[in-house]
Design a protein around this ligand. Structure first.
Ligand SMILES: [Zn+2]
Length: 361
């Protein structure tokens, strides 16, 4: 397999590769135009292709770039899987829906967040209800994003964060930074005040399928947590949800679960899986986050904080800006052929198996 050739280094090139591969496989690409502009002024779009019957009972959905910068990996998996014949022979009454770059702004600008500084995986909460509190974030905000980003100011901020971790535990520190917050629109892991464009778009993409789909599998491609190149199959479901039992049945201990402590994930409230379940309300849904490791977690978090600082206080088009953009890219995408080959092989395995599970259950 020659998977690395299907990975691209810009959103625009990845979009073109996806469109060309889909067309070569005989599928029609349906674009959903995003109102923002890309880093090079280019148009932004979420591109969708359907293989198999539009009225299928069984559906496999695969999304990339929920966290924009993670799209380099997700796109490469989607394109290389098509190249390897992933959509060639679908089981009966089963369809495959590939959603390329659900957060095209973040992909193009190499940011986790979208055009509103919203973390899409914190945005699928009920915005009519009071938001979950994150007191740790409120307390640590000025250390998470200090006014200046110099070696001295970062070292000072890191001391404050470490002291918080020593007092309350590392899990509490992790949650304070990354569990999500609905308090600071300029801050990291912000969940927003309403359903953002990508949230509305995934619902619109899935709505037509709710008439016929009875069982769906969902694979959301992510990077940034775990060992280099390894893909952790994280169940998106709490232990009481129907999807949890499907996951246990399909994956057993090969998947990880938040409720039994095996998952490397944060406690995420408001992830895209909620939107998929709500859009396909007539179906049972089993959803996973396929999460690939890149660099150590503390370096990844520091890169996210630096990127946040850059857009609040810094200048993207500067030497420091380019340095921070290189850090955030490396935190979510490793420009090495061995890494690309590993993530692609694992991705193809997971997608093939999810396809068989959803078809045969
Ligand atoms: Zn992610």
């Amino acid at each position: 397999m020659m998977a690395p050739q299907h990975f691209r280094t810009t959103y625009a090139a990845a979009r073109q590769a996806f469109r060309e591969m889909a067309a070569a496989c005989g599928a029609k690409v349906v674009p959903h135009a995003n109102p923002a502009k890309g880093a090079a002024g280019e148009d932004l779009s979420t591109d969708v292709v359907l293989f198999g019957p539009a009225d299928a009972e069984r559906l496999l959905i695969c999304t990339s770039s929920t966290h924009g910068a993670e799209g380099f990996c997700g796109s490469g998996i989607q394109v290389s899987w098509l190249a390897a014949g992933g959509a060639k022979t679908l089981p009966p009454r089963t369809a495959l829906l590939l959603v390329h770059a659900i957060n095209p702004y973040g992909f193009s600008h190499v940011r986790r967040v979208n055009e509103d500084n919203v973390d899409l995986n914190r945005n699928f909460v009920d915005h009519a209800k009071p938001y979950p509190e994150n007191k740790g974030y409120v307390e640590l905000r000025d250390a998470i994003c200090p006014a200046a980003w110099t070696p001295e100011s970062v070292a000072q901020a890191d001391r404050i964060l470490r002291a918080y971790g020593a007092k309350h535990g590392d899990g509490a520190l992790s949650d304070a930074i990354a569990a999500g917050q609905y308090f600071d629109p300029q801050g990291v892991f912000y969940g927003g005040t309403q359903p953002v464009w990508s949230n509305r778009t995934i619902r619109a993409i899935l709505a037509p399928f709710n008439a016929t789909v009875k069982l769906a599998a969902f694979v959301d491609l992510h990077t940034g947590l775990g060992p280099y190149g390894f893909g952790e199959i994280m169940s998106n479901h709490g232990a009481k949800e129907p999807g949890h039992f499907l996951m246990k049945d399909w994956w057993g201990k090969e998947a990880t679960y938040f409720d039994d402590g095996t998952s490397s994930s944060y406690l995420v409230l408001g992830d895209i899986n909620i939107g998929v379940c709500q859009a396909l309300s007539n179906a049972k849904v089993a959803g996973i986050t396929l999460e690939y490791g890149t660099i150590p977690k503390e370096d990844m978090i520091r890169a996210v904080r630096a990127d946040n600082w850059l857009y609040v206080h810094g200048k993207v088009d500067s030497a420091q800006g380019r340095d921070i953009k290189a850090q955030i890219r490396a935190a979510f995408y490793q420009e090495h052929d061995d890494w690309k080959q590993m993530v692609a092989e694992r991705g193809h395995y997971v997608l093939n198996r999810m396809l068989n599970c959803v078809a045969e259950s």
